[in-house]
Design a protein around this ligand. Structure first.
Ligand SMILES: [Zn+2]
Length: 213
């Protein structure tokens, strides 16, 4: 098993750096992965993203065995479980971005206050229950909150999104952070009006027809 994938490794680094430049990743808090034939490629634990070389990216095979000279991100189990359970996932992004994390610390779901909530698969983006970072328990919480969705908030922690490929996942992460900021700001004037189920179903079908990608 070679796990070469030099271009894919560089794309993981570029994605992490772009998320950092956009303010979604601060310091080394956050991680990025992409699916490959042998398993997936994930950012290493605790290394500054702008110093990463392609050989620092850790390959993890279908058995959960890490290949490479670095320790994988502490949240590699979540990435593994997303790829195992969600066939449509080609890339996963986890961040502690400011507004998503602020809402996650309130343990609030993002409700249907804006039609863009439907972008993530339904009438809300759920906040999962709390578990210690890096644990299998946290992965279980995240996978449950992702049911029928492509994103969730993580209680007292941050957020996670997946997309078809790295750019898609990066854009969805930016959209989720923007949505969380809008919800946070809307709350300042009191509880916002919420869309009903029929309006969300219409938004879902409009996204299916037009994509809005
Ligand atoms: Zn984290």
């Amino acid at each position: 098993m070679s796990f070469d994938h030099t271009a894919m490794r560089q794309a993981v680094i570029d994605t992490a750096c772009a998320l950092q430049a956009a303010g979604l990743i601060v310091g080394t808090a956050g991680n990025v992965s992409v699916r490959c034939d042998e398993g997936f490629l994930v950012t290493p634990s605790g290394m500054p993203y702008d110093e990463l070389q392609t050989t620092d990216i850790v390959a993890i095979d279908h058995n959960g065995t890490a290949h490479g000279c670095r320790i994988p991100s502490s949240e590699w189990r979540i990435h593994r479980d997303v790829y195992a359970q969600r066939n449509e996932a080609g890339a996963v992004v986890h961040t502690h971005s400011p507004f998503a994390t602020a809402l996650a610390c309130q343990r609030r779901d993002v409700p249907a206050f804006h039609y863009m909530v439907a972008r993530f698969g339904g009438a809300n983006v759920r906040c999962c229950g709390y578990a210690t970072f890096g644990t299998q328990a946290l992965s279980g919480q995240v996978l449950a909150a992702l049911s029928g969705r492509t994103a969730c908030l993580m209680a007292n922690h941050g957020m996670l999104v997946f997309g078809r490929e790295l750019k898609h996942a990066r854009l969805l992460a930016a959209e989720l952070e923007a949505l969380c900021e809008q919800y946070w700001r809307a709350l300042q004037a009191g509880p916002p009006a919420l869309l009903d189920d029929a309006q969300i179903i219409e938004a879902l079908s409009a996204f299916a027809n037009f994509g809005q990608e």
